[in-house]
Design a protein around this ligand. Structure first.
Ligand code: AMP
Ligand code: MG
Length: 487
């Protein structure tokens, strides 16, 4: 276990130099205080969890202090936002403080979001508010606990600094961890600004640090792109299987590592709704829940375009062709497991699709349905769940089909079935209204609810005593919350 001053830095991205990022110091928040910290994320840096409670922790992650070995940098990138190309974006309010490596030799970027203005702030104030920082913190740690690849969050630091959004709020910072903060938009930036040397340097950097095994392949860059396609297909399959809606799948928010990245107006589905749009400025539903699948491919095509200096168009197209079949295979595999199935049959796809259609028409709670399905034998569970559906005849047809399918799947005790299904069907997810309750308390200075919710979400598959209130459908007020994008 390490103390805060024992971290070891190796700032490899900073060493790429000024064409890639700019030196900027964090702008401190007034009266910094710990809102919440993740013990699991602290363990990634070998940090003793007790240090989160020390004043120096809030000072470091509230922008007041810095390690001598840290090299804070604002990265430059660009990206396609809602389908249109924006030639220059970049870290407008976040800083890469440095790269730390742990005792296991893993490297972690420390990124402080809400750290003040940078040369890339455009019209923004460089700040993040408490509300959005708590949301990013909870989402990163909750996704990770569900087995969905994501950036991590070490802590949220609150403050008394006023920040203006639709109303006056308070500034906060979230310390994000990821093996890399390089986005699709980094490659787009050097491609569209016609800087082939830097573009090649960036590609070498990513290959060496993050895809070293691709070096062994005859075409290392192509192998790397293929790997990125595969990781994205798998990540998005997990989003769809667990009902996660990202909300702002711009290419500047897509990680080169295939992890969920840059949380804004995201949401987990309460009632199943394929057309759900969590971002209320997304008027056309470009990033609606079901559109995430084709948008994943669209984004990969944008990256492919930026990689044309290194890889032939035919090879890129072939690699892009892997996306949909891989997505479908991962998705179907997960959905089979959510249904308790251990074998694969040709018709499983339609078994899933017809269930989702019924859930859609009846507004059935997506998370609780699967959890309850595993509580009992298939026959008993469908009898109990039947009341949630409006189209009873439709549900009965599906239920007969499901029972027959379960019978063909194998002979398992109910104990085995429950254990297997509960291990993939969470009881607790980060529902918007739960986040909202925790945020309201935190805004009035009480951080206990954020901490409790975070604790519950770190073990989403395990029933936790006294936590029934986190496993309920939302109350009416919590069903259609509009989450502000001005974060
Ligand atoms: P996002 O929608 O959060 O992914 O941000 C898109 C771009 O806007 C990125 O370049 C951000 O750094 C920048 N940005 C967002 N909010 C702010 C802010 N409050 N101040 C400065 N830049 C911001
Ligand atoms: Mg972003």
């Amino acid at each position: 276990m390490k103390a805060l001053d024992e971290l070891t830095f190796d700032n490899r991205f900073a060493r790429l130099g000024d064409a890639f990022s700019t030196h900027v110091l964090p702008e401190p928040l007034d009266e910094p205080r710990l809102v919440v910290a993740s013990k699991a994320a602290m363990a990634l840096l070998d940090l003793d969890p007790a240090v989160a409670e020390t004043p120096v922790f809030a000072e470091l992650f509230g922008g007041h202090k810095l390690w001598a070995e840290a090299e804070p940098r604002a990265m430059v990138y660009s990206g396609h936002q809602f389908g249109g190309y924006t030639p220059q974006l970049g870290d407008g309010r976040g800083l890469l403080l440095g790269e730390v490596y742990n005792d296991a030799g893993e490297h972690w970027d420390l990124h402080l979001k809400g750290a003040g203005m940078t040369p890339y702030s455009r019209m923004g104030d460089g700040r993040a508010v408490l509300r959005s920082s708590i949301r990013e913190f909870l989402a990163s740690e909750a996704l990770h606990a569900l087995g969905i690849p994501s950036s991590r969050a070490l802590c949220v630091i609150g403050s008394s600094t006023p920040v203006w959004r639709e109303k006056q709020e308070r500034g906060a910072m979230v310390l994000r961890l990821a093996h890399s903060h390089i986005r699709f938009g980094h490659f787009e930036y050097f491609y569209y600004t016609k800087k082939p040397e830097q573009q090649a340097e960036l590609a070498e950097h990513v290959l060496n640090l993050h895809y070293p095994e691709c070096r062994e392949q005859p075409e290392p860059y192509l192998a790397m792109f293929r790997e990125i396609v595969e990781r994205n297909a798998e990540m998005i399959a997990k989003w769809q299987a667990y009902g996660f809606c990202h909300g702002v799948m711009n290419t500047d928010n897509m990680s080169i590592l295939g992890i969920t990245f840059d949380f804004g107006p995201f949401a987990f589905l309460d009632d199943f709704d394929a057309h759900f749009i969590c971002n209320h400025s997304d008027h056309e539903g470009r990033y609606s829940f079901s559109n995430q699948v084709p948008i994943g491919q669209w984004n990969l095509s944008a990256l492919a375009q930026a990689l044309t200096p290194f890889i032939s168009v035919d090879a890129l197209k072939e690699a892009l062709g892997l996306y949909l079949p891989l997505y479908q295979a991962h998705y179907l595999d997960l959905m089979r497991r959510r249904l308790g199935l251990t074998t694969a049959e040709e018709d499983d796809q339609t078994l899933v699709e017809s269930l989702l259609k019924l859930m859609q028409n009846s507004g059935v709670d997506y998370t609780l349905f699967f959890r309850r399905l595993g509580d009992e034998s298939a026959a008993l569970a469908v009898t109990r769940l039947r009341d949630d559906f409006v189209d009873l005849a439709g549900f009965d047809t599906w239920a007969e089909r499901y029972k027959a399918r379960v019978a063909r799947d194998g002979d398992f005790t109910q104990e085995q079935r429950r254990e297997r299904m509960h291990a993939v069907n969470p009881l607790y997810i980060l529902r918007n209204y739960l986040a909202q309750n925790a945020i309201a308390a935190a805004e009035s200075g009480d951080y206990s609810e954020v901490r409790r919710l975070h604790e519950v979400l770190t073990r989403p598959f395990e029933e936790q005593a006294g936590m029934e209130q986190y496993a309920q459908r939302p109350p009416d007020w919590g069903k259609h919350l509009e989450i502000s994008c001005s974060s």
